[in-house]
Design a protein around this ligand. Structure first.
Ligand SMILES: [Fe+2]
Ligand SMILES: [Fe+2]
Length: 383
């Protein structure tokens, strides 16, 4: 079934999207433009089309204008809240004025958030992202304590890092390694699968990706029987490896299609930016900087930024490259669903054999097969 869209292309069945519901076509197109580099969306011009469209293909969130025919935006929110299939959709109401009647109206109809015009693009994006993450982070409460702690400690660290970077301050290694401790323990206890799933839907893609890279790196370290401190170093390297992406514009970072040459140069610049920042943090172990500096290098010399080949590539970097590719393939993005682990491994073996260290890729593949076998065995035992 198709999403009932107006003016914009169908975001595609099954792909997560945001519903923009407003009577005014110009308002819909302004909102769509504000969100276009972050999310897919569908536009609905009235209550009936919004209810029908959202029932057919449930959105991640709805932006609802107070100006909506026939009964207004508050009426639509009330209908959503009474409909079992739509009741849990987070809703931001967009209103023309900030007075008591509007605020009370938004609260009483069941909206989660109210934005009063004129609002900035960043206020809109912050409101949307905050609500999306609230749902994901609420689900973390159902996880086991160690998994929950690993997710919340690394998220806290990651959010803290973005503030520290914007102030030009260094990150102390102690803070990073403390945040990675529960993650490494969860991995050592074979208790990480739900944690990886739990972070997939997080709206901060950089956090979700870095957290998943950290987990797989730590799992690799655990399987290679490296000492605990080195597993923590690997996890820390995973969390920090793409830190330079924090300065890349969202339009480039989240662009669904192919990057043009200029955009590619900006994107590849994240490696140099990461290294410049990490080198300024004096107490970080060298291995962390190596992971950041070389995770896009390929053994055949086709990688970037330096085109290092063969023995010029540090072993840590070869491991990080495999983990980074696997994680990127299996990450969920707003414009693509995650690829299944088996398909991702097959692609890496079939299509990237000259670029990746074959021996390490074999070990990584075996490790994941064993891990999924363990999970199946655990499930059989508990059945
Ligand atoms: Fe990267
Ligand atoms: Fe990465």
């Amino acid at each position: 079934m198709q999403v009932n869209t107006v003016d914009v292309p169908d975001p595609g069945r099954g792909k997560p999207y945001i519903a923009i519901v407003a009577g005014n076509a110009r308002q819909r197109s302004i909102l769509a433009r504000c969100l276009t580099s972050f999310y897919q969306f569908a536009e609905y011009p009235d209550v009936a089309q919004a209810v029908a469209g959202c029932r057919t293909h449930v959105p991640l969130l709805a932006l609802v204008s107070e100006q909506l025919p026939p009964g207004g935006g508050f009426d639509l929110v009330r209908r959503f809240r009474l409909d079992p299939g739509l009741a849990s959709i987070p809703i931001v109401v967009l209103a023309g004025k900030d007075d008591k009647v509007t605020r009370d109206g938004a609260l009483q109809c069941g909206a989660d958030s109210l934005l009063v015009e004129p609002f900035s693009r960043s206020a809109l994006v912050t409101a949307v992202s905050g609500l999306l993450n609230r749902g994901v982070e609420r689900k973390w409460k159902t996880l086991r304590p160690l998994q929950r702690q690993a997710l919340s400690d690394t998220l806290l660290l990651f959010n803290g890092i973005s503030n520290v970077i914007s102030e030009g301050k260094p990150i102390p290694y102690q803070g990073v390694s403390d945040a990675c401790q529960p993650l490494v323990e969860a991995v050592a206890n074979d208790d990480f699968k739900e944690m990886l799933d739990g972070v997939k839907d997080h709206d901060n893609y950089s956090f979700a990706h870095s957290m998943r890279v950290a987990t797989y790196l730590s799992l690799f370290g655990c399987n290679l029987r490296l000492p605990k401190e080195e597993q923590i170093l690997l996890a820390s390297g995973g969390l920090l490896h793409d830190i330079g992406k924090m300065s890349i514009p969202h339009q480039v970072l989240n662009k669904p299609g192919r990057l043009n040459e200029a955009e590619r140069a900006v994107m590849e610049g994240h490696v140099t930016a990461s290294v410049a920042y990490l080198e300024h943090c004096q107490d970080l172990p060298k291995g962390i900087i190596t992971i950041a500096a070389q995770h896009h290098e390929k053994v055949d010399g086709t990688g970037y930024p330096r085109g290092l080949a063969g023995s010029k590539l540090n072993r840590l970097a070869r491991i990080a490259c495999i983990v980074d590719v696997f994680t990127a393939l299996t990450d969920r993005r707003v414009y693509k669903p995650p690829i299944e682990a088996e398909a991702a491994l097959k692609f890496m073996v079939d299509e990237m054999d000259s670029q990746l260290d074959a021996k390490l890729l074999g070990l990584f593949r075996q490790m994941l097969l064993d891990a999924s076998g363990d999970i199946h065995r655990q499930m059989e035992r508990s059945a």
